[in-house]
Design a binder for this molecule. Sequence first.
Ligand code: PBG
Length: 321
Amino acid sequence: MTQIRPRRLRTSPAMRALVREVAVRPSQLVLPTFVADEPGDISSMPGVNRLTVDDVARQAERAAALGLGGIMLFGVPSDDVKDADGTQGWAPDGILQRALRSVRSAVGDDIVVMADTCLDEFTSHGHCGVLGESGTVDNDATVAHYVSMAVAQAEAGAHVVSPSGMMDGQVAAIRSGLDDAGLQDTAILAYSAKYASAFYGPFREAVTSSLVGDRRTYQQDPANRREGLREALLDLAEGADMVMVKPAGYYLDVLSDVAAASQVPMAAYQVSGEFAMIEAAAERGWIDRRPAVEESVTAIVRAGADIVLTYWAEELAGWLR
Ligand code: PBG
């Protein structure tokens, strides 16, 4: 009897290239970038720095020259300007708005400029919104602030605003707020299925987070797959232009579900902890860094991501050239 031999298609690099199902493109990669008044390195994220408003413009130019698809900006205000409402999040001279203006004047439309639309970097207590009487985040009061933030970000030059706070109704409210302000062309990338993950640890160092406690009353339980799809379908109904699953590598089932159901581009965020683990193991010589990085991003694309946010975006784009 003739044996079936799948190995025939693995016999040479040329044959393997011919039958390869997915390939990562630089134009689908987005570089998450931190901008701060007090720049510096981040010990748990080797190679990633908090940049000044001037340096971030140079960073955006490098990203555009490498052919990256986008740059996602996070603002890191100094502690003394944080307050309970996070008002620096929408102040015209807040760190993120200054960064957006600086980046847009440097790169114009050569790369898609995105802004994280969330209050946790700006609040004194570190939560993603304003605290109600019970001490939990007040959904509707927070959404009103997100609308102010999204409008301020779009006016400062963001092509895309990215609500990441997991408040109910945030996408619909931001859409109508942008439209009322005449900002119909500003797109919304919704962090639709965002889990209460332990893998955001290094990010909290990056943004000098003041958080005490956790985000489990608004971010999703890591045990819930079906709920991720529900959140994404709600954001689509509310007008999201793109949807995202976060973290990426440990949530490929959710990513695959949402990608199959979504009629808009699908994004995934390979978060700080996913980055730091490979970096730490590679530094010890326990893992071969480049193939591990490539495999981790290829797997996210294979599972259905059209867009990948990754701290390795620049390096990957360099390898792909
Ligand atoms: C919220 C936000 C977080 C991340 C991106 N946007 C932190 C959080 O939800 O606690 C984490 C990203 C990462 O870990 O790389 N503004």
